[in-house]
Design a protein around this ligand. Structure first.
Ligand code: ZN
Length: 270
């Protein structure tokens, strides 16, 4: 364990001195978290999530959502984490988030806002994008610094470790990512969506629903997902730009699976 850490320090020093400015360009921070540590931390946070929230007691709905997730995970650019998907029973909460290491939680309130399978897949693809781009490790490294993270991972700072787990939980639930990270998750998410055979414009369809919710009298419901910056209108603009890179005939021909979604998700959640 200690030997492995020592090696990663050497590697880090090398990367920082060699690629310095390029690596940090655009406010991006470096990721010090190894995949193994990321998975371990993520599992700790997942245990917290499942203590605080109610996992939906419906195996058919759970496996339907997990299948959508695995279809996307198979085409993701990151394959070294065990992606897993669970539905949280919270009909009034429009949220979904991925934890470090690939555990994802989708709330029934979000599922009810989606009109078809492609829209749900769009949200899930975006969340996989955060995992694929190592955003959790980046955020952790930025928030706590190399020194503290290393001590935590070496088991030298148990109190701080608990703090990090709590912080990760808070970050996940409130979707606290940087503007740069959101853009990257949108770009990757749209790509995964397309590779999995879903229409990439389903991401735009869902974002329009978010905007409609936001515009409702009194600000509508509190929407943790996508509630962070950049604003929805700006993201819609960016998503339209991304969509233009995909062949229109393929986009139009990709199925949205509205009937299947009605049968396997909306009807059981009534
Ligand atoms: Zn996001």
């Amino acid at each position: 364990m200690i030997r492995r850490k020592a090696r990663s320090w050497v590697l880090l020093a090398f990367l920082v001195s060699t690629f310095g400015c390029a690596t940090f360009e655009g406010g991006r921070s470096f990721n010090i978290l190894s995949t193994q540590d990321e998975i371990a931390l993520g599992n700790e946070v997942a245990a917290e999530v499942e203590q605080q929230e109610t996992v939906l007691d419906d195996t058919a709905v759970q496996s339907y959502v997990a299948e959508i997730g695995q279809r996307l995970a198979r085409v993701a650019t990151r394959q070294d984490v065990p992606y897993a998907f669970k539905v949280i029973d919270a009909p009034d909460t429009v949220n979904a988030f991925a934890l470090p290491g690939g555990n994802m939680y989708v709330y029934t309130g979000l599922m009810k806002l989606c009109e078809d399978e492609a829209e749900l897949a769009a949200v899930m693809a975006h969340e996989i994008g955060h995992v694929a781009a190592h955003h959790h490790g980046e955020s952790l490294t930025r928030a706590y610094g190399y020194g503290l993270i290393t001590r935590i991972l070496l088991g030298e700072a148990p109190n701080e470790r608990a703090q990090v787990v709590a912080g990760l939980l808070g970050q996940a639930v409130t979707s606290r990512y940087s503007r740069e990270q959101e853009r990257e998750a949108d770009r990757l998410g749209m790509e995964f969506l397309f590779r999995a055979g879903y229409p990439p414009d389903a991401m735009i369809a869902f974002m329009n629903k978010m905007r409609a919710e936001e515009a409702k009298e009194g600000g509508g419901r509190w929407l943790p997902i996508f509630a962070s910056h950049p604003p929805t209108t700006e993201r819609l603009h960016l998503l339209h730009g991304l969509l233009a890179q995909y062949p229109p005939d393929l986009v139009a021909a990709s199925p949205r699976y509205a009937d299947r979604y009605q049968q396997h998700a909306l009807a059981p959640l009534e």
